[in-house]
Design a protein around this ligand. Structure first.
Ligand SMILES: C[S@@+](CC[C@H](N)C(=O)[O-])C[C@H]1O[C@@H](n2cnc3c(N)ncnc32)[C@H](O)[C@@H]1O
Ligand code: SF4
Length: 353
C-alpha cells in the first residue's frame, strides 16, 4: 500500500499556490491529534498488515514548519507498518528546515527529502512570493547532506513571465553547481490556479514551448533523465509518484487528503475545523471504467508508464495506431509509449476525442 499524509501549514502563501496551506500554526496540537486518529482508522479500515506500506509521502503545505516532536508521534503509529526499505519522503522548505530538524527527521526514518526551491534567482523568488533567499537554498542543501540525506529532490518552477533564455541559463548554472548534492528534480511549468494571487493574470505565465524544451534539454544534459513531464532523476524515479501514475491504490490522511482504492476516491474534510472534529470522515466518489481509463491515458502518456492497449476502446486504438504510424508513439509489450512528454495532453486528447 502507498500512503500520503498532508501537513497543511506554511509560513506564508506563495503567489501561485492553491494547495491547502494555512498560515497559522495555532492548531498544530489539535491537528496532529486528529491526524493520528485518522491514520489509525485508515490502517484498521483497510486492514493493513505489518510491513505493508511500500512508500510514505509527507507533503504539504510545508512539513518543515512543524516541530519534530509531532512526527515522533506519527511514526510511533506508522513504523510497524513500514517495509524495511520503504521510500519515506518529506517535503521541506529552505527557510524552515534547519540542521536539527533535518537530523531528527532522518533519525525518525525519512530517507528522501524534497526541497521547495522554485528558483535560484532572487527577483524570480520574490515574483513567486517565496520568502527564502538563494543563500538559504545552499545552506539547507548543505545541512541535508550533513544530516545524512543522500536522496534529495528539488522542486523548481519555470515558464513564468520572467523565464527568458538568460534566466533559464542562470537556473541551469546553479543546478550544475549543486548537482552532486541532489538525485532528483521536479521542474513544474507554472500553472495559473484559481484563488491564488496569480489567478486571472495569465500573462504571468510565458507559454513558450521553445524555452520549455530548452530547459528540459538543459536538465537532461546535467545527467537527470526525464521520466515524467515534470520529473527527472539521476538513477531511480520517486516510487510514490510512480504509483499514482500507474493507477495503484493509495491511502491519504490529513486535511484535503485524497485517497484512491479500488476505483473509488476518498476525500477528507477541506476545512480545518471540520477535519479536527471528524478526521475519519470520507466523501466517496465512485469512478466509472470510462473515467478511469481516460485518467490512465492522460497519466500514462505524461510518463514512462505508457498506456495499455487493452485499456483503450476500439475507436481509441485506431487513433493510437495513427499516432504510431506518424511516429508520435511507440508500441512495446502491449503498451503505447510517448517519447515527447510536452505533447502528452495533445496526444491524449486526440486518442480520446
Ligand atoms: C505542495 S508544494 C509543497 C512544497 C513546499 N511547501 C515548498 O513550497 O517549499 C509542491 C510543489 O508544487 C509546485 N507547485 C505548486 N503550485 C504550483 C503551480 N501553480 N504551478 C507550478 N508548480 C506548482 C511547487 O514547485 C511546489 O514546491
Ligand atoms: S508552494 Fe509550498 S510554501 Fe508556498 S504556499 Fe504552497 S505549500 Fe506553502
Amino acid at each position: 500500500m502507498y500512503f500520503y499524509i498532508h501537513i497543511p501549514f506554511c509560513e506564508s502563501k506563495c503567489h501561485y499556490c492553491s494547495f491547502t496551506s494555512l498560515k497559522k500554526k495555532d492548531y498544530e496540537e489539535a491537528y496532529f491529534n486528529a491526524l493520528i486518529k485518522d491514520i489509525k482508522f485508515q490502517i484498521s479500515q483497510f486492514n493493513l498488515s505489518k510491513n505493508s506500506i511500500k512508500t510514505l509521502f509527507i507533503g504539504g503545505g510545508t512539513p518543515s514548519v512543524v516541530e519534530t516532536k509531532y512526527y515522533e508521534k506519527l511514526f510511533q503509529v506508522l513504523t510497524p507498518f513500514l517495509k524495511e526499505k520503504t521510500e519515506i519522503s518529506c517535503e521541506a522548505n529552505p527557510n524552515s528546515s534547519n540542521f536539527n530538524w533535518l537530523k531528527a527527521m532522518k533519525e525518525l526514518g525519512i530517507n528522501r527529502l524534497s526541497f521547495g526551491v522554485q528558483s535560484f534567482n532572487e527577483t524570480k523568488l520574490k515574483f513567486l512570493g517565496r520568502i527564502h533567499s538563494q543563500q538559504a537554498i545552499f545552506k539547507s542543501l548543505e545541512n541535508a547532506q550533513k544530516a545524512g540525506f543522500n536522496n534529495v529532490n528539488l522542486d523548481l518552477i519555470y515558464d513564468t513571465k520572467l523565464d527568458t533564455k538568460k534566466m533559464l541559463e542562470y537556473e541551469l548554472l546553479h543546478l550544475e553547481k549543486i548537482k552532486p548534492l541532489i538525485k532528483h528534480l521536479s521542474a513544474y511549468h507554472l500553472s495559473i490556479e484559481e484563488n491564488t494571487a496569480f489567478a486571472k493574470r495569465f500573462h504571468y505565465k510565458k507559454n513558450a514551448s521553445n524555452l520549455m524544451r530548452f530547459f528540459i534539454k538543459g536538465i537532461e544534459n546535467l545527467g537527470f533523465k526525464q521520466y515524467e513531464i515534470s520529473n527527472f532523476s539521476k538513477n531511480k524515479p520517486c516510487l510514490h509518484n510512480l504509483a499514482y501514475w500507474q493507477g495503484q491504490n493509495y491511502l491519504a490522511a490529513g486535511l484535503s487528503g485524497v485517497g484512491f482504492y479500488e476505483n473509488q476516491r476518498f476525500y477528507t474534510h477541506k476545512s480545518l475545523q471540520a477535519y479536527i472534529k471528524e478526521p475519519c470522515f470520507r466523501n466517496i466518489e465512485k469512478l466509472n471504467l470510462e473515467d478511469l481509463n481516460l485518467e490512465r491515458l492522460f497519466l500514462g502518456l505524461r510518463s514512462v508508464v505508457g498506456v495499455k492497449e487493452k485499456d483503450l476502446s476500439s475507436a481509441q486504438k485506431v487513433r493510437a495506431n495513427l499516432l504510431l504510424k506518424a511516429k508520435k508513439l511507440q508500441f512495446e509489450r502491449g503498451r503505447y509509449f510517448n517519447k515527447n512528454f510536452l505533447l502528452s495532453d495533445e496526444l491524449a486528447l486526440f486518442i480520446s476525442s
